[in-house]
Design a protein around this ligand. Structure first.
Ligand SMILES: [Zn+2]
Length: 326
């Protein structure tokens, strides 16, 4: 990761009597390195670029113990690294992705309004500055993923980009009347939409490049994101696939909305075809994320997106079949 290449190493040598030649040489090297690091971070700050940091995510064991018995949307969780430059800075029950780069960072989702302050603290706890978040993105326009966007936008100053279908809900904090879950949830704080995305549009912050995929289904503005991340020498096709559940408010029948169902099915086919090494989902349990991070299941699985789409298609079929029952 470029950030880490910019940081300087600390030395840990064997103990030497004070003043011996190797110690003096080592101290001079340390002082030179420290001055160099200070100068380079000052130059980066002057250039408006993120200062190099060595991120300090907590271990998966600590994350698991702090989230034991908690899966709530707003239950505070510590920050963890998922892969390479990708961190989960969300809650015990909702993923919020921080993707860091040398020219600024991208944050996808904001969990709930109640979670926003904890997400901001997690980003700072990792050693990153909120002001270095340049782009704010979203999976979909429901309060458990978009509720914190307004506060995170206020604190970071980042630009928010969403698909046109998500705009109404994100800007009003209200679900659109054609949302299958319309009427189910209270309003969330409205955020400012700075620009609209197109399906398949690639957005970038410095070398970070993410592609938006409209995966209309769970809700109209559902957006899945793909990009590449590297850790050491391994580079992976990352997929943040949006929610695909056919969830609805009482009284809504998917079978009465054939266009919506057709879009839903096309989206599932699209997700199944994505290049997919590491699947992440806004609700972590749906992709078994924490167990995979703990090494209990493979983190990398090229079939994960196809499997995820197949499970969602079966869920949609079951929903339609239950609606057909008298
Ligand atoms: Zn939702």
């Amino acid at each position: 990761m470029a950030f880490e290449a910019l940081t300087f190493r600390s030395w840990r040598g064997t103990r030497q009597p004070f003043g011996s030649a190797p110690v003096v040489a080592r101290r001079m090297r340390r002082a030179t390195a420290a001055i160099g690091a200070f100068a380079s971070s000052t130059l980066l700050l002057l250039a408006g670029l993120p200062a190099p940091v060595r991120a300090q995510p907590v271990s998966f064991e600590q994350h698991r113990s702090e989230c034991a018995g908690k899966q709530g949307w707003s239950d505070p969780a510590p920050p963890i690294r998922i892969f390479g430059n990708v961190y989960d800075v969300g809650t015990c029950g909702i993923v919020v992705l921080l993707i860091v780069g040398p020219k600024g960072h991208v944050l996808i989702d904001g969990a709930t309004a109640e979670a926003a302050a904890g997400i901001a603290r997690n980003i700072e706890r990792l050693g990153f500055r909120l002001a270095d978040i340049k782009l704010l993105l979203s999976s979909h326009e429901h309060l458990d993923h978009a509720g914190g966007l307004a506060e995170l936008q206020r604190r970071s100053g980042a630009s928010l980009m969403v698909l046109p279908e998500a705009r109404y809900a994100i800007e009003s904090g209200l679900l659109a009347p054609d949302d299958p879950q319309f009427g189910l949830y209270p309003p969330f704080p409205p955020a400012r939409v700075d620009a609209l995305l197109r399906d398949n549009q690639t957005v970038s912050v410095g070398p970070l490049r993410l592609t938006a995929h409209s995966t209309f289904g769970h809700v109209r503005g559902s957006t899945s994101w793909t990009w590449r991340s590297c850790e050491n020498r391994a580079c992976r096709a990352m997929v943040y696939a949006d929610s695909t559940t056919a969830a609805a408010a009482p009284g809504y029948r998917f079978s009465e909305h054939p266009d919506h169902v057709a879009h839903f099915r096309a989206s599932l086919r699209k997700i199944a075809r994505l290049r997919c090494d590491i699947l992440i989902t806004p609700h972590p349990a749906v992709s078994n994320l924490y167990a995979r991070l703990a090494g209990e299941a493979p983190l990398v699985n090229k079939h994960a997106c196809a499997d995820y789409a197949a499970a969602a298609a079966a869920n949609l079929d079951a929903r339609l079949a239950s609606e057909a029952q008298p």
